[in-house]
Write a protein that binds this ligand. Structure first.
Ligand code: ADP
Ligand code: MG
Length: 607
């Protein structure tokens, strides 16, 4: 039987524009981005943006660029009308931000639109009004040289899209991120952002980019800067902690160009989510520089995304840089003299479990004198004055994520030395022949879990618990679409997740030792990662497995500021010894900091 396929038709312009609008215009911030880019392309020295209701009611962009005459103002609203390229050759050396000629017609197709422009005040300007893609009128109008574009009631004629717009403050945050990006990328241009009657950004043109950074962050205190390099890729960043639980405001520059990219967002969020309170509503700026042949900034019509040829390396670099930023803003000292392994690296191999402990035991058996002569450090009588730092009466069951295996009450020494106790509910203090060792309990536990999850991914049986009430999490549609690709992997670590509508995911079982709320975040991390690596299928599996192991271990691990009983502390240390490398987390972060007796004496002026 013949199916009745309708005959092919050429789509009307207004329909094409509406379809394209779906690609270019996602929310008020994307309109701001396109309009501001047009202003910059027009050579503006000052760009003013005004929003009402987060841009849902009004987006107005005013510039002092080259402007358009009456004919051009009408032409600009035609699809593929652009003044920026005219031949295929031009494609190879695009110097402008836009060139597709899609933005204005797309935006005008889904809003009540007005452009008022003038290229030569002597000849007068023109005003063109459009509603839902239909040109309502074009008339002469006076204006100084430059252009004003007004976009009202975005998506008024596409209710399905309008429904997806978030609360005004969320939309405003996105728009603000966008404008920050433009402002940082172009310090030579003055920018203003007003919302209702509030001025959120007001920066004068500056010749020096670092001056622009300062201007934008002027009213924010506690800003820390950080940087990291890997090969020819380098990243510089700024971080200002916030308060509350809002998503951080993130601005990214890639080779001087403001972009929005899932991989970058993912790397930042990964660190923020594991950094405890104080980073909700934080502000992050990352300035990434890498060789031009390792990045493609033009994969998306709205140029919001970039594609990295070595996405994994970029992700790791940003994560490393961000961790430094977080550490710095929490006032943690970044210690440069970290050791990679036990002091006598030549004698022991890090990989051999028990090797280090054995070495220590044999030394003790050989009757080496204790290095610490102060009675408080004398381990000869088994009396540990400092063990009171941690309290054995800590409620047992309170530590859901704490390691349990191998806990032996009373055993005084550990593979890493004698346990002095827990410092600030965050670090384990130990002493050995060489001095003091400080173990980061969170990273140590993360290492333990990571190795275990890796074994589960490789086929080891995983215990999991069904949830009485399945959890429903709301995600972006792109994330939901990636679920089928990762569901099998999640199942191997004990997470049963399935689609439940177009942007909801239902989680019906979670790993035994995980808090269900944390599992939500793990699923989000993994989906972020899967979508970020869309289009590089051969890499997806590897990257997603890594993300899963990293995210699950980070979220499952005991946090800092969490009291551990002495038994739990010792169990953690002996589990740590069994891992592939007890001295480094899988991503290179040190787990143990050593302060040698020699160093201590030198700093105290004894040497
Ligand atoms: P594109 O930026 O890809 O060329 P747009 O649809 O964004 O496409 O804009 C179409 C054309 O309208 C531009 O090529 C430019 O000639 C003109 N134009 C748009 N905005 C401005 C502006 N603010 N100032 C001057 N000309 C503009
Ligand atoms: Mg444009």
């Amino acid at each position: 039987m013949m199916s009745s396929v309708p005959r092919i038709q050429v789509l009307s312009d207004s329909l094409v524009n509406r379809i394209a609008a779906g690609e270019v215009v996602e929310r008020p911030a994307s309109v701001v981005k396109e309009l501001v880019e047009n202003s910059l392309d027009a050579g503006a020295t000052r760009v003013e943006v005004e929003l009402i209701a987060g841009g849902r009611s009004l987006i107005r962009v005013v510039d002092d660029g080259c402007g358009m005459d009456a004919d051009d103002a009408l032409l600009a609203l035609e699809r593929h009308a652009t003044s920026k390229i005219s031949s295929v050759d031009d494609l190879d050396h695009i110097g402008t931000l836009g060139f597709r000629g899609e933005a204005l017609p797309s935006i005008a197709a889904v809003s009540r639109f007005m452009v008022l422009s003038c290229s030569d005040p002597a000849k007068g300007g023109a005003r063109v009004t459009v509603e839902g893609g239909r040109i309502l009128g074009a008339e002469p109008a006076a204006r100084a040289r430059g252009t004003t574009v007004e976009v009202r009631d975005l998506f008024f004629n596409v209710p399905a899209r309008r429904k997806f717009l978030r609360a005004p403050e969320t939309e405003l945050r996105h728009a603000q991120e966008t404008l920050w990006g433009a402002a940082l990328a172009r310090p030579d241009v003055a920018f203003v952002l007003r919302h209702a009657k509030r001025t959120l950004i007001d920066v004068a043109a500056a010749t020096d980019p670092s001056r622009r950074f300062k201007d934008i962050w002027r009213r924010i205190d506690r800003v820390v800067s950080f940087e990291a390099t890997s090969g020819r890729t380098e990243v510089q960043g700024l971080l200002a902690p916030g308060s509350g639980s809002a998503r951080p405001m993130m601005t990214f520059l890639v080779n001087g160009r403001a972009v929005r990219d899932r991989l970058l967002v993912g790397a930042v969020m990964r660190v923020i989510r594991s950094s405890g309170p104080g980073f909700g509503g934080a502000r992050v700026v990352l300035d990434l520089r890498l060789p031009a042949d390792e990045v493609d900034v033009n994969v998306h019509p709205a140029k919001a995304e970039v594609r990295f040829s070595r996405g994994g390396a970029v992700f790791a670099l940003i994560e490393r840089a961000m961790r430094q930023g977080v550490a710095a803003s929490q006032g943690r000292v970044v210690v440069s003299e970290l050791e990679d392994g036990p002091p006598d690296r030549g004698l022991v191999s890090e990989g051999s479990a028990g090797g280090y402990g054995e070495l220590l035991r044999s030394r003790r058996a050989a009757g080496l004198p204790p290095l610490f002569e102060h009675p408080a450090y004398d381990d000869s009588d088994g009396n540990q004055p400092y063990s009171q730092i941690s309290d054995a009466s800590a409620a047992p069951g309170a530590n859901h994520g704490a390691p349990r295996s191998g806990a032996k009450a009373g055993a005084a020494d550990t593979p890493f030395g004698r346990l002095i106790g827990q410092y600030r509910n965050s670090f384990l203090l130990l002493e050995d022949e060489h001095g003091l060792a400080i173990v980061d309990q969170h990273v140590a536990h993360e290492r333990v879990l990571y190795d275990r999850i890796r074994r589960q991914l490789a086929g080891e049986e995983t215990p999991s618990q069904g949830l009485l009430t399945p959890r429903l999490i709301e995600v972006e549609e792109a994330q939901a679409a990636a679920l089928p690709k990762v569901a099998g992997l999640l199942l191997r670590v004990g997470i049963e997740a399935e689609l439940f509508g177009s942007n909801t995911i239902r989680i019906s079982s979670v790993p035994l030792d995980q808090e269900p709320g944390e599992v939500d975040r793990v699923v989000e991390d993994v989906l972020d990662r899967a979508t970020a690596f869309d289009g590089v299928p051969e890499r997806v599996a590897v990257e997603v497995e890594e993300e899963l192991a990293a995210s699950l271990s980070c979220r499952g691990a005991v946090k800092v500021n969490h009291r551990l009983s002495p038994e739990e502390q010792r169990a953690l240390l002996s589990d740590l010894l069994e891992t592939d490398n007890p001295y480094r987390c899988p991503h290179g972060r040190p787990i143990i900091l050593r302060l040698s007796q020699e160093e201590m004496e030198r700093r105290l002026g004894r040497r």
